[in-house]
Design a protein around this ligand. Structure first.
Ligand code: ADP
Length: 350
């Protein structure tokens, strides 16, 4: 769905919602006017003295049997005219009031309709952007596979070694596709399911870190990277598996972007009602411009320096941030180019 079609859709929905809100306001205003017109006009009618007042009245000391009074026809006509005039003035005022309610109500209804639809519009736009970014990312390895295979098919004299190379390239691209689709799937799950409060338990941060470290050890050893873990025993309220996933993303990045023979430090601290977990590396660092964007989906910083030679798809940090946000925590980063980066996870204490 394109941005234009989203705008068309929400445009017509805004009009429909505005009309619905306005009709509710007008029904209320007209009903109120009808009731107040009826009541007031009835009250006005009561200004006419009842006929009983002019009939025999034995309580009147000046009363004489057989006497009857009645206002002169002119007085009667005058009173009737005044009552009718009063009714017309009332009707006119109510019409004016309703006209003003119609104008004011239209503006208010439009404002309310926009406020109601804005978050929906934003989420539709984000979804549309996500689909187009994801399609673009999926196309890259698919195009690579297609080109390699087409070139290989045209080569009539291809050797077994050549075939092997093509197959190896294919497997590499398929591996990228698999990582990307796994990441997309996790993001989609996290988007739709979130983290339920009932799945949160009191978990020791040391257990989270050691589980994530076990999974990253092989890649760290391959680059002779040491991991210095000084995590303290701090209890946090989390969904263990998703938090392990977030810590793993930070450790995986630290290993991916750090040079051979460097050290990664994992440290913890407490700040008010929060636990802080720091993943510190001696990698290339991140430029201030990129720092603002690295949590965006599919963003890969500084292609020439860090990301070019490192496999990735730019969804790891977006996923980690989503997980931490859903735990009412915060994921932040500080970095110095050429020195390294510190990613900090802030989580509510137990
Ligand atoms: P990926 O690593 O798959 O590219 P991420 O979302 O995990 O995607 O990271 C986004 C970008 O942030 C990376 O492409 C990289 O440029 C930068 N980045 C992340 N972690 C680090 C780090 N520890 N050191 C330097 N750059 C990093």
């Amino acid at each position: 769905m394109s941005i234009q079609s989203i705008k068309n859709f929400t445009g017509s929905t805004t009009a429909r919602l505005t009309a619905s809100y306005l009709s509710i306001i007008m029904v209320m205003s007209l009903s109120f006017s009808a009731v107040s017109y009826n009541t007031s006009s009835h009250e006005l009618g009561r200004q006419l003295p009842p006929q009983s007042l002019f009939d025999d009245d034995s309580s009147d000391p000046n009363y004489q049997q057989g006497n009857t009074y009645s206002p002169s026809p002119r007085v009667n006509a005058f009173i009737h005219d005044r009552i009718e005039e009063g009714r017309q003035v009332l009707l006119l005022r109510l019409l004016w009031v309703n006209l003003m309610v119609l104008v004011g109500g239209s503006i208010l209804s439009y404002y309310l309709a926009r406020r109601t639809l804005q978050p929906i519009e934003e989420s539709m736009e984000a979804q549309s952007q996500f689909i187009s970014d994801a399609s673009h990312e999926l196309r890259t390895p698919l195009t690579a596979i297609q080109t390699t295979n087409e070139v290989a098919l045209r080569d009539k004299k291809m050797t077994i070694a050549g075939v092997r190379t093509v197959l190896e390239q294919n497997v590499e691209e398929v591996e990228k596709l698999k990582t990307l689709t796994d990441g997309l799937l996790k993001l989609a799950v996290q988007d739709s399911r979130g983290v339920h409060y009932d799945s949160r338990q009191a978990i020791n941060l040391q257990d989270v870190v050691s589980e994530a470290m076990n999974r990253i050890m092989k890649s760290a050893l391959a680059k002779n990277i040491a991991i210095e873990d000084t995590t303290q025993r701090i209890m946090v309220m989390v969904d263990q598996q998703t938090i392990v996933q977030a810590v793993l993303i930070l450790l995986d990045n630290a290993v991916k972007y750090s040079p051979q023979d460097s050290t990664i430090y994992i440290q913890t601290s407490r700040k008010s009602k929060y636990a802080m977990l720091h993943v510190i590396d001696e990698g290339p660092g991140i430029r201030p411009y990129d720092l603002r964007k690295i949590f965006d989906r599919f963003y890969r910083a500084d292609q020439s320096r860090s990301a070019q030679h490192v496999a990735g798809n730019g969804i790891g940090l977006a996923l980690a941030k989503k997980i931490i946000d859903q735990h009412d925590g915060e994921l932040s980063v500080t970095s110095a180019v050429g020195k390294g980066s510190t990613f900090t996870i802030k989580l509510p204490l137990q």
